[in-house]
Design a protein around this ligand. Structure first.
Ligand code: HPA
Length: 274
C-alpha cells in the first residue's frame, strides 16, 4: 500500500476506536472562528496530538481538536484549528486531515478562514463566499507520486467550489438577512502580511481577498471528489493606497465579532444539505 494511504488508514483505524460516527460533512474552522463548536451537540473530541500522522498546530489561536457531533440535525466532523504551510508543515501534512475525513465518509467540505480584503467594495467584517481561487503558495499538495486510488493525476479545476452549494449558501444568507460577498481568494504562504506593492499585484491579477490557508485543502478536496464550500471573513482592509499597519489582535477581534453571522450561515447550510 502506498505510504500516504497507509497513514490515512492508521489515522482512520485509530479514530474508529474512538467513534463509530459516519459524518458526511466535514468543517474546517479558521482563525478566530472556533465558535461554531458551541452550536454542535458534541459526541467525541479528539486532540490532534493523539491521532497518528496528524501534525501539531503551533499557532496559539488554533486549538487543534477533531470534533464529532451533530450540527443542524446532521452528523459532522469538525477541525477546530487547521495547519498552515507557514508553520513549516509540508503541503501533504497540511491536507492530511482532509484525506482522513474523506475516508471517514465525508463528501462535503465546508472551509472558513480569515482574510485581507482587497476589493474596495468589501469592508472589514464582511463575509465572502469563495467562488474561485488562485494558488500563489508556490507549492501544491498533489506534487509527488500520485495514488490513483485517491484521485487523478491531473484534477480538473473548473469548479473547485461547488456551484450547487454556493446557491444554497446564497439563499441561506438571504433568508437570514446577512450580506454575503462573493469573490476570488488568493492564497499566499505568509507568514508576513503583504506589502502595498503585493496587494496591488494580487488585486490586479483578479483576487478579492488574500489569506494563508484554504487552497491546499480545497485542492485535495477536488482531488478526492468532495464538494467544497468556502467562506472568508474580511478581517482587515488591504487597500494599497490607504494601507494601515496590520494588527493581529484586531484581525482576531474582527473574526470573533463576525463569526456569529458565519456560524449562522454554516449551520443553516448544513441543516439544508441534501
Ligand atoms: N494577508 C494575508 N492573510 C491575511 C490577511 C492579509 O492581509 N488578513 C488576514 N489574513
Amino acid at each position: 500500500m502506498p505510504q500516504l494511504r497507509k497513514q490515512i488508514t492508521d489515522a482512520v483505524n485509530f479514530l474508529r476506536t474512538k467513534t463509530q460516527s459516519q459524518p458526511a460533512i466535514g468543517i474546517i474552522l479558521g482563525t478566530g472562528l472556533g465558535g461554531l463548536v458551541h452550536e454542535i451537540q458534541i459526541e467525541t473530541v479528539i486532540d490532534y496530538s493523539e491521532i497518528p500522522h496528524f501534525p501539531l498546530s503551533t499557532v496559539e489561536s488554533h486549538k487543534g481538536k477533531l470534533i464529532f457531533g451533530t450540527l443542524g440535525g446532521k452528523k459532522v466532523v469538525v477541525m477546530q484549528g487547521r495547519f498552515h504551510y507557514y508553520e513549516g508543515y509540508t503541503m501533504q501534512q497540511v491536507t492530511f486531515p482532509v484525506r482522513v475525513m474523506k475516508f471517514l465518509g465525508v463528501n462535503t467540505l465546508l472551509i472558513s478562514n480569515a482574510a485581507g480584503g482587497m476589493n474596495p467594495l468589501f469592508a472589514k467584517g464582511d463575509i465572502m463566499m469563495i467562488t474561485d481561487h488562485i494558488n500563489l503558495l508556490g507549492d501544491n499538495p498533489l506534487i509527488g507520486q500520485n495514488d490513483e486510488d485517491l484521485g487523478p493525476r491531473f484534477p480538473d479545476m473548473s469548479e473547485p467550489y461547488s456551484k450547487e452549494l454556493s446557491h444554497l449558501a446564497d439563499s441561506v444568507a438571504i433568508d437570514l438577512g446577512i450580506r454575503l460577498q462573493k469573490g476570488v481568494f488568493v492564497a499566499v504562504s505568509g507568514p508576513n502580511l503583504e506589502t502595498r506593492a503585493e496587494y496591488r499585484f494580487l488585486r490586479g491579477i483578479g483576487a478579492d481577498v488574500v489569506g494563508m490557508s484554504t487552497v491546499p485543502e480545497a485542492i485535495v478536496a477536488v482531488h478526492m471528489s468532495m464538494r467544497t464550500l468556502g467562506f472568508s471573513i474580511v478581517t482587515d482592509e488591504c487597500f494599497p493606497d490607504a494601507l494601515k499597519p496590520a494588527d493581529l489582535d484586531e484581525i482576531i477581534k474582527v473574526a470573533n465579532a463576525t463569526e456569529p453571522k458565519l456560524t449562522a450561515i454554516m449551520k443553516n447550510v448544513v441543516s439544508r444539505l441534501q
